[in-house]
Design a protein around this ligand. Structure first.
Ligand code: ZN
Length: 189
């Protein structure tokens, strides 16, 4: 039954509806803020969203710029070098005078979800004025002595070799026997 406008019941009803509307608006704002806060917390702590999650590579001096998946499904991580200094390879002193970049290095890292992972980076080069302007390129301690794979990858290959031959491991990791044997020679032999 419609209430005559201006009567007390109508005023109370309108006031009530207004309050309910305001309360619902507040609830919406609260829910939105809660969702946003929760999302920020999840992002901060790297918690999974949907079916993806960030991976901490644990590699210093690089910043990943883009990731490309090749036709074999392998990951290629294109990174820039963030180092501001290195140590002179002749005198050992810290050097900060920049001298361009090296050619691109392609460094194999630990596989992710059974896909090979390659980091592409051009290492920064520095010059030492105390050593007749000798240049030294950065080589972070996570890169192996050949500059073609990470120390973590070498360790992984050595672990795979337990109770397996170099041929088996090369096949499983889609690598070559030469590469696997090279790791053994450098690290164990
Ligand atoms: Zn020097």
């Amino acid at each position: 039954m419609a209430l005559p406008s201006g009567c007390v019941a109508s005023v109370v009803s309108e006031w009530f509806c207004y309050r309910v509307t305001v309360l619902l608006d507040c609830w919406d704002v609260f829910c939105h803020a809660s969702r946003k806060a929760m999302q920020q917390i999840m992002e901060e702590f790297g918690v999974a969203q949907g079916n993806t999650f960030p991976i901490e590579l644990g590699l210093s001096d690089v910043k990943i710029k883009r990731v490309v998946v090749d036709r074999l499904g392998d990951y290629h991580l294109y990174a820039s070098c963030t180092a501001r200094s290195t140590c002179c390879s002749r005198c050992g002193k810290p050097i900060t005078k920049s001298h361009g970049h090296c050619k691109e290095s392609v460094i194999e890292h630990l596989p992710i979800l059974d896909r090979r992972v390659f980091i592409h980076v051009q290492w920064s080069r520095f010059v030492c004025i105390d050593c007749d302007n000798k240049t030294t390129s950065l080589r972070p301690n996570w890169v192996n002595t050949t500059g073609q794979m990470t120390v973590a990858y070498e360790n992984f290959v050595l672990k795979c070799l337990i109770n397996s031959t170099a041929k088996d491991v090369a096949e499983k990791l889609r690598s070559t026997e030469d590469i696997v044997e090279g790791i053994v020679e450098r690290r164990i032999a």
